[in-house]
Design a protein around this ligand. Structure first.
Ligand code: PTJ
Length: 241
């Protein structure tokens, strides 16, 4: 049992969720390592949402609301950590969630899809992918034609650099959530939220809710003022890298 007054209880609880997800067949072996990498960066950024990340969250909310066909991509770690939060965001955006795995097995895809549905996600895609991302060799190339393949804006939490690059090449606006401001994904994405997934997604949902009352011109102005390079540089400065 993790004492709730432990100074790092949130981080320890997230670790528990990943372990539970691993035992339940949602998270792959490498997902445990990915969590450790994330924890190390989160420790360096102070385990709280920093102001450059808040700027990125605002820009991401504007981009998602301006999109005609936004899609949220979910892998094993995302599902174990934030299935309900993903459901709330998808509901707010009225958009599908697509299971897309690096270490893809049909069994894990189906377990993740069932877990997402149980957590309240209405439309789950990616179980039977019928399209391919060009120039990508990993299992992540397998996508749904009515989901990621035809999306104009994709939210990609805990992504790999290759697929991020491939999505950008396909002309899609990409929004990454990644605690490592130096990762290829962070540098390739149009908007990178350098924050922990379970902190970032509820803040993003809240921002989407707030921005819903704004017109397209306002949202476009938020996006045009956003500078991802600067935001990443500011995050690096914060952690002294
Ligand atoms: O479920 P699968 O098969 O798709 O596999 C998923 C993992 C996460 C294993 C796979 O995508 C992978 O190997 O990811 P990486 O490249 O190890 O990690 C992706 C990035 O996510 C790294 O830069 C981590 O720092 C970051 N990260 C890890 N946990 C979190 C995180 N970022 C935000 N919030 C987290 N909780």
């Amino acid at each position: 049992m993790i004492p709730l007054n432990h100074p790092r209880s949130k981080s320890l609880l997230a670790r528990e969720k990943i372990i539970e997800g691993y035992r339940g067949g949602l998270v792959c072996d490498s997902g445990l390592i990915a969590q450790g990498r994330g924890e190390a960066f989160d420790y360096l950024i102070g385990e709280r949402t920093r102001s450059p990340a808040r700027k990125a969250i605002k820009a991401a909310a504007a981009a998602l609301l301006l999109a005609k066909h936004p899609v949220i991509s979910v892998n094993g770690n995302d599902a174990a950590l934030a299935a309900e939060d993903m459901g709330k965001l998808a509901k707010e955006l009225n958009c599908p969630v697509e299971v897309n795995l690096f270490y893809r097995t049909q069994g894990r895809v189906e377990r993740i899809a069932a877990h997402l549905k149980k957590a309240g996600v209405k439309e789950v895609l990616g179980v039977y992918p019928d399209a391919r991302i060009p120039e990508l060799n990993s299992e992540r190339r397998k996508v749904s034609s009515n989901g990621i393949y035809s999306a104009d804006c994709v939210l990609i939490p805990l992504e790999d650099g290759d697929r991020c690059e491939a999505l950008v090449k396909m002309g899609k606006r990409t929004i990454a959530i990644d605690l490592n401001p130096m990762s290829r994904t962070a540098r390739m994405a149009h908007i990178t939220i350098v924050d922990e997934l379970t902190r970032a997604v509820p803040l993003l949902t809240e921002e989407v809710r707030k921005f819903k009352g704004r017109n397209a011109a306002y949202l476009k102005s938020v996006l045009s003022r956003y500078d991802n390079r600067k935001v990443l540089g500011d995050m690096r400065k914060l952690i002294n890298l």
